[in-house]
Design a protein around this ligand. Structure first.
Ligand code: SF4
Length: 147
């Protein structure tokens, strides 16, 4: 059983009210059982919402309390991101998911890349908060870019 970022299958849960609908993802999921999540919505953020970025190394540091997630308007949304990661983990474990297909680049779902915290569009190696929590709990994460 897989857990999948909801925006990848066309749910309008992205910060700007859109989605990241991906044909390759839908083809990959065709014969599989999966459940969709949006950690940022599960953490209580609205859609649309202001974009946010991690202001430290990556999601692992946020989970350790060594970093924050900050919106482009300088609002600290760390608690929403951590709560959303915990709720996502609860769902993944409830459905015995051992793998997660997550949206690359997101501060929640990024598997290999995240934005660098400067809102300049620059990506750096790192994991989103939910992705990091999944890995800590033995759920294998991979992105749509790795299909
Ligand atoms: Fe997609 Fe994850 Fe962002 Fe939700 S939090 S919109 S599922 S990338």
């Amino acid at each position: 059983m897989l857990v999948v970022s909801a925006c990848l299958v066309g749910v309008n849960c992205k910060y700007n009210g859109g989605n990241n609908d991906n044909e390759k993802v839908k083809e990959f999921l065709k014969d599989k059982e999966y459940i969709i999540i949006c950690p940022e919505q599960l953490g209580g953020l609205t859609t649309p919402r202001k974009p946010s970025e991690i202001n430290c190394l990556d999601g692992r540091d946020v989970l350790c309390g060594n970093g924050k997630v900050i919106s482009c308007e300088s609002v600290d949304v760390t608690e929403n991101f951590v709560n959303g990661a915990n709720e996502s983990l609860k769902i993944a474990q409830m459905f015995n998911c051992d793998k997660a297909l997550l949206k690359e680049g997101s501060p929640s779902c990024g598997c290999n890349l995240i934005y660098d915290g400067t809102f300049s569009g620059k990506k750096i190696p790192g994991k989103g908060v939910t992705s990091a929590l999944f890995i800590e709990n033995n759920i294998e994460v991979f992105s749509e870019k790795e299909l």
